[in-house]
Design a protein around this ligand. Structure first.
Ligand code: NAD
Length: 282
């Protein structure tokens, strides 16, 4: 199976190397020369946007749906350049409305669509241990199962096109909320004299636990490392998408509105490049 990975950032670069190690014929493409050079130095075959090879799968790991649309419709235009029968897998965290629209165009062009947003960060991508949420049809999933097995510790088929992206927004809404609620809970306990590590041990043996209390606090927050590889700017994008999805569905989710406000998603922020675990009220 020939795979072209488009977007060689924190996630896409590591996914490409993992798939290559698993024996797939992988080519990487990124619009940024530095990203191409970084991956070429690690042994990946890289190309510029104008030199996309014919492939069985195009795996996209791009910042936003606008970038996904550009790659599919404009440059390099997978709609016209990908071989009939090939599969476009969008592993970005994308806007589900745009994903459904693009899935329709992709299918009309004789290609196949799968949304496959991921969890697990750069480390999960580098070790083939990502969690994946799949939106698409059974036949397309069956076709790319060897690739999914190489990338993922657990993949879950949640529905048709766009469904993977909806569930990913729901997941990241919960993660953003857990970061705030757990920080408040640990701060309250600390003010009353309980060490954060002791507080977390207690939470993790009770019903207040989450991935944030079990993983984020020990690995990235209490350690002071703040090097998860996922930025505050990307989490703000995900919260904007979750808010927009809820609004389109006519659902004024009150806690979501509060979380959106607390993450300051609507202002310009130099902190967009911070690690997303860096909770701040500015
Ligand atoms: P990143 O910014 O590190 O990488 C994105 C890459 O895409 C960059 O190298 C950029 O140059 C490239 N790019 C932009 N436009 C392009 C185009 N038109 N053609 C080719 N390449 C292009 O981002 P990331 O952290 O790797 O995240 C990628 C996606 O995965 C995002 O949608 C993000 O929300 C999602 N995600 C990230 C993480 C994480 O921990 N970093 C975890 C889960 C999901």
């Amino acid at each position: 199976m020939k795979i072209t990975v488009i977007g060689l950032g924190q996630m896409g670069g590591n996914m490409a190397l993992t798939l290559q190690s698993a024996g797939f014929a992988v080519t990487g493409m990124d619009t940024v020369e530095g990203a191409r050079e970084r991956l070429a130095a690690q042994g990946l075959n890289v190309v510029t946007p104008d030199a996309l090879p014919a492939s069985d799968v195009y795996l996209l790991s791009l910042p936003t749906s606008e970038h996904v649309r550009e790659v599919i419709e404009t440059t390099p235009g997978l709609l016209t350049r990908a071989p009939v029968g090939s599969v476009i897998v969008d592993a970005s965290t994308s806007d589900p409305v745009v994903s459904r629209e693009l899935a329709g165009k992709v299918t009309a062009a004789g290609l196949h669509w799968l949304d496959a947003p991921v969890s697990g960060g750069p480390k999960g991508a580098a070790t083939g241990r990502l969690g994946m949420l799949l939106g698409g049809d059974e036949a397309t999933i069956a076709h790319v199962t060897p690739m999914l097995e190489a990338m993922s510790a657990k993949y879950t088929h949640v529905g048709g096109p766009g469904s993977g992206h909806v569930v990913k927004l729901a997941n990241n809404y919960l993660c953003a909320a857990h970061l705030v609620t757990t920080a408040e809970a640990v701060a309250m306990a600390a003010r009353s004299g309980v060490e954060p590590t002791a507080c977390l041990a207690g939470l993790n043996s009770g019903s207040g636990r989450s991935a944030v209390s079990e993983v984020n606090f020990p690995e990235w927050i209490l350690s002071g490392r703040f090097d998860s590889g996922f930025t505050t700017g990307l989490m703000r994008k995900d919260l904007r998408l979750a808010r927009d999805a809820a609004a389109q569905l006519g659902m004024p989710l009150s806690l979501l509105q509060k979380v959106v406000e607390m993450w300051h998603v609507d202002r310009d922020h130099p902190s967009d490049s911070d690690d997303f675990n860096h909770i701040t009220d500015t």
